[in-house]
Design a protein around this ligand. Structure first.
Ligand code: ADP
Length: 627
């Protein structure tokens, strides 16, 4: 028989397990039992949906037996089983949970209690085993196979025999050492304790023969023992236990085990709905974004159970995109077991549940925002982006549902504020909601256009996520107040008197300004004087619905669509440079053109835009400097 080597990644995981000094080795049993339960789930599900398979739910079980002499523990299930190819593929190659572990291991090696917090699957048994045998017979097949490995030298697969379908996992315990007394795992009490702690909610009975000793009848010192099968788990799924019986710790453990997170959830909520459609939901908001959250292949969804039977692991129809970070499950007797992925979308019950769940999540978030601001802000740091996408996507279909969950940084308050808070803080002579965009809060804070708002003590929202302005433009207004970019041409904070003066100035120098416009043709729509800049000489404002930030974002997208914001170069009418330009216009046309170009590019740099023609600009600057 040929020994096969493990694939490279599997080998690394195995080494990690074999040499693990992880103190909580107990979890190996949880992993093996969880696999057994999954395998039974699969067959149970088939039996419910396929008339030819007739197995009553009561027949399913997981048996644990211990052989102290041989130092082995056997965990047997009558689940779906594995054929030769599956043994090879599932146990010879690293499995999903393993690869998840690696991604994590590579990222933040030091501080994570990787093994304990993570579902590391079958391989974790090598923390306690010197050898593992897996004997399995696939349901519907006559032959059984045995997979054997000591972890180090690879594995073998050979034909074997097994009376019926299902799988035995046989774990040969390592010899005791200073560091760990593996023999503990041969004791009934130890196994009972581990099962109770980690696998209580498994829905099939976990049965073990337990030996009880008691005094012989009529005797004072003679003992006799008898052995009987005991069911070690309560089998009540956590969401079916009465809420008062479940501790936060239990929910947390259920969450980390089921959804493979190494951190406890930030928020847990459970709900039972009766009426047109009855269901129970148990939902979690993770305390950090999953490693693949912002990648394309992140799959949203909730587990879907039909009266305790798992029918789907990630039912995406149950969650709207804007709440795609929520993890958890829904259990409803009203959902047909035979429901297929294809018809899920049209299923009335599923639609009803999804609607109700969406409302519930929204309520929970609103409550959190109102009652635990710190927690909400942390949540928002992790998933706020998704809410903003939610406002923008689907042509704004969900904007009204989500607008009150948004937070933006207020430059004045120096903290995150809701739109409602912004509006209630508005001063009497303010009728719009102002915002400014930029890469960082610091950069925005230094924008010339922001200055005059600070003077007036108007609150400006500092937007740093590229989606922000798109979300606001989708909202258009909040509470009747329009959103206005401080860099937009239409902002006018001037008094009527100031405005008149400005108009006069623009009129008086209109030839000069249009001459500047000519020099910058193709780059700006217009050049004009402004009174909105305090200390800065120039700025770029935009006309119409596309701002400079939006231009950057849209043009960076991998589509052919290219847009151009309508830019206006504004010159501070009170800045010395204004006088300089006026005199150059009459005295030195050539130099006037150069000044125009320098000023335009200066404004671009302040906006965080690239210089259009760096060589030309640097030549001009050098020339002017050497005068
Ligand atoms: P995971 O459970 O995360 O997929 P594991 O390493 O624990 O990873 O298991 C790998 C695969 O081996 C499982 O996905 C399953 O297909 C198969 N397997 C493990 N144990 C059993 C079992 N008792 N019965 C049937 N299949 C099993």
């Amino acid at each position: 028989m040929k020994k096969k080597a493990f694939k490279a990644e599997s080998k690394r995981l195995l080494d990690l397990m074999i040499n693990s000094i992880y103190t909580n080795k107990d979890i190996f049993l949880r992993e093996i039992i969880s696999n057994a339960s999954d395998a039974i789930d699969k067959l149970h599900y088939l039996s419910l949906t396929d008339k030819d398979i007739d197995i009553a739910k009561e027949e399913f079980k997981i048996n644990i037996s211990v052989d102290k002499e041989a130092r082995k523990i056997t965990i047997s299930d009558n689940g779906i089983g594995m054929d030769e190819v599956e043994l090879e593929n599932n146990l010879g190659t690293i499995c999903e949970s393993g690869s998840r572990l690696f991604k994590l291991e590579n990222e933040k090696k030091e501080d994570i209690d990787i093994i304990g917090q993570f579902g590391v699957g079958f391989y974790s048994a090598f923390m306690v085993a010197s050898k593992i045998e897996v004997v399995s017979r696939k349901y519907g097949s006559k032959s059984a196979y045995k997979w054997v490995s000591d972890g180090v030298d690879g594995y073998t697969i050979e034909e074997a025999s097994r009376d019926s379908f299902g799988t035995d996992i046989i774990i040969y315990l390592k010899e005791d050492s200073d560091e760990c007394e593996y023999s503990n795992y041969l004791e009934d009490y130890k196994i009972k304790e581990i099962v109770k702690k980690y696998s209580d909610y498994i829905t099939y009975p976990i049965i073990m023969p337990v030996t009880h000793e008691h005094l012989k009848e009529g005797s004072k010192d003679e003992y006799e023992s008898h052995t009987e099968d005991e069911t070690l788990n309560s089998m009540v799924p956590i969401w079916k236990k009465s809420a008062s019986d479940v501790s936060e710790e239990e929910y947390n453990r259920f969450y980390t085990d089921t959804f493979y997170d190494y951190e406890n959830p930030a928020h847990t909520f459970r709900n039972h709905v009766e009426g047109k459609c009855e269901f129970t939901s148990l939902l979690f908001i993770p305390s950090h974004a999953p490693y693949d959250y912002y990648q394309k292949d992140y799959e949203k969804g909730l587990q879907l159970y039909s009266n305790g039977v798992l029918i789907m692991d990630k039912c995406k129809e149950l969650l709207p995109d804007h709440f795609n970070f929520v993890k958890g499950l829904v259990d409803s007797a009203d959902v047909s077991l035979n429901i297929s992925r294809e018809i899920l979308q049209q299923d009335k019950q599923v639609q009803l549940i999804a609607k109700s769940i969406e409302g519930k999540i929204k309520k929970e978030l609103e409550n959190m925002l109102e009652n635990d601001r710190e927690k909400y802000e942390k949540f928002y740091q992790n998933f706020g982006m998704q809410l903003k996408f939610g406002v923008y996507n689907d042509f704004g279909m969900y904007k009204d549902d989500l607008k009150d969950l948004l937070l933006f940084y207020s430059g004045k308050e120096k903290k995150m504020v809701t739109l409602k808070e912004y509006v209630s803080n508005m001063s009497k002579d303010q009728d719009k909601i102002y915002y400014a965009c930029g890469e960082t809060r610091d950069k925005i804070d230094m924008l010339p256009q922001v200055e005059s708002f600070k003077d007036k003590e108007f609150e400006v929202l500092y937007l740093t996520d590229y989606i922000d302005e798109f979300a606001l433009s989708m909202l258009r207004e909040y509470d009747g107040k329009q959103f206005v970019n401080v860099a937009s041409e239409s902002v006018n904070l001037e008094s009527d008197k100031e405005k008149k003066e400005l108009d006069k100035e623009n009129d008086k120098f209109k030839d000069m300004l249009s001459a500047m416009g000519k020099v910058l043709e193709g780059s700006v729509k217009e050049v004009k004087f402004t009174s909105r800049l305090k200390n800065h000489p120039v700025c770029i404002s935009t006309r119409g619905s596309i701002s400079i930030e939006m231009e950057k974002v849209i043009n960076a997208m991998p589509t052919d669509e290219q847009v151009k914001a309508e830019s206006i170069l504004e010159i501070n009418k009170d800045h010395p440079i204004a006088e300089k330009l006026k005199s150059l216009y009459t005295d030195n046309k050539e130099e006037f053109d150069k000044y125009t170009k320098v000023l335009y590019n200066e404004a671009r740099l302040i906006e965080g835009l690239p210089v259009e023609n760096p060589t030309e600009l640097t030549n001009i600057i050098c020339e002017l400097l050497s005068k």
